[in-house]
Design a protein around this ligand. Structure first.
Ligand code: MRU
Length: 385
């Protein structure tokens, strides 16, 4: 049974607090736009598609509750009041994290629904209904497209392996960060491709980096792979070169937070290192992400905004106290410890890096597998969006 990052029941939204995983599974209710913004910013929920889903669902639930309120809020009394109110909420949500463009794609889509309703002369409650439907749709469509792109990416990789004259029956695939059910509305992107290979009995082993400093790999990907019973091996971020030197790795598969028009891809910091090493070892490097991650307004990776996380986050490690001690509720005690000298001031802590398109073998979306034209250093993604 796969894990889940968001649970909904009617207008009630709950997210699993990813800061406490893998040792404690605590669901937190998200009742307001402010709470959704805080959960995204503080990384209680993370992963580009999952944060877009939470934002869209929260707007839908906010509107649905407002429609049922008695008296209804004033901003629901006319399209002229609804428009600036909802636009401001969407703009606020968009500021929660700057790199992942899916959040922007979701808020833009909702703004489009809003504008269309206003232009068609609908009343405020009809526009609110349209927004609720669109918000729920943004979440719901994620799972099916993840399954589609995972299959396409998996099949493409199998063909590449065959073309090299190797057997595609027991593949070793490495990934970075967490791109599974916890990072999406379900199944995952890069981890979805790995899951597809496992389900079709083509996977020998998944390798995953710890993905420090947030440990999305050691905390979240490890938990997902264990839950799915996929044979897996963790490595520290600094061990990728060694892994490639001593093991037959058939592909590196990663997700993305933003892909520029030429294919330059922002993803969890450490992805670029893995891509450089994959190129050196002639290992296919595959990006798996929905079309909403492609930002055609950005020509190349130099224009992708890179989120800098607080210095403190790179100096701290959080986890269960070991040997395990249980608290009064029978839950493993957790602690945060500082691993640097107290007085350390200089810390470099970008959340993402950009992998140049020339190092990427294929970009897989729900629309298919994109590769570069012969001799080209970049992709032309304008036709797939
Ligand atoms: O900082 P995070 O944990 O939100 O970063 C997540 C990643 O970089 C993922 O690889 C990316 O969002 C794709 S998730 C399907």
């Amino acid at each position: 049974m796969a894990l889940t990052s968001i649970k909904t029941s009617g207008d009630k939204i709950e997210i699993v607090n990813q800061l406490l995983l893998p040792h404690t599974t605590e669901f937190i209710e998200i009742d307001t736009i402010e709470q959704a913004h805080d959960a995204i910013k503080s990384m209680k929920i993370r992963g580009a598609p999952a944060i877009a889903s939470l934002a869209a669902l929260t707007v839908a639930s906010h509107l649905s509750r407002a429609l049922q309120a008695d008296p209804a809020p004033e901003w629901l009394s006319s399209p002229q009041l609804l428009d600036p109110y909802i636009t401001a909420q969407l703009d606020f949500l968009y500021t929660a994290r700057p790199t992942a463009v899916n959040l922007g794609a979701a808020t833009r889509r909702l703004k489009h629904t809003l504008r269309t309703g206003v232009e068609q002369g609908k009343d405020a409650s009809a526009i609110a209904q349209d927004l609720i439907q669109e918000g729920r749709e943004i979440d719901a469509e994620d799972v099916s497209r993840n399954k589609r792109m995972s299959k396409w990416g998996g099949e493409w990789l199998i063909e590449q392996v065959k073309a090299k004259g190797k057997s595609p029956e027991s593949l070793n695939v490495m990934t970075v960060c967490n791109t599974g059910s916890l990072a999406t509305s379900g199944y995952g992107t890069a981890l979805g491709l790995i899951t597809y290979l496992h389900e079709t009995r083509k996977l020998s082993r998944a390798f995953f980096t710890q993905s420090t400093p947030y440990h999305q790999g050691s905390r979240l990907t490890a938990l997902e792979l264990l839950t799915l019973k996929i044979p897996a091996t963790m490595l520290c971020d600094s061990m990728v070169g060694s892994l490639f030197q001593h093991n037959d790795i058939h592909a590196v598969v990663v997700g993305a937070d933003r892909i520029a028009r030429n294919g330059d891809t922002a993803n969890k910091v450490g992805t670029y290192n893995a891509a450089v090493l994959a190129s050196r070892h002639n290992i296919p490097f595959i990006v798996v992400a929905p079309v909403s991650t492609v930002d055609l307004d950005i020509a190349d990776g130099t224009a992708i905004p890179i989120e800098q996380r607080p210095a403190l986050e790179a100096r701290l490690v959080r986890g269960a106290v070991y040997p395990f001690t249980l608290n009064a509720q029978g839950v493993k005690e957790q602690a945060t410890v500082m691993v640097t000298p107290e007085d350390l001031e200089g810390v470099y802590n970008p959340s993402f890096d950009v992998t140049p398109a020339e190092l990427i073998s294929a970009i897989v979306t729900e629309k298919g597998v994109a590769v570069k034209a012969d001799g080209a250093s970049g992709f032309d993604l304008s036709s797939i969006v």
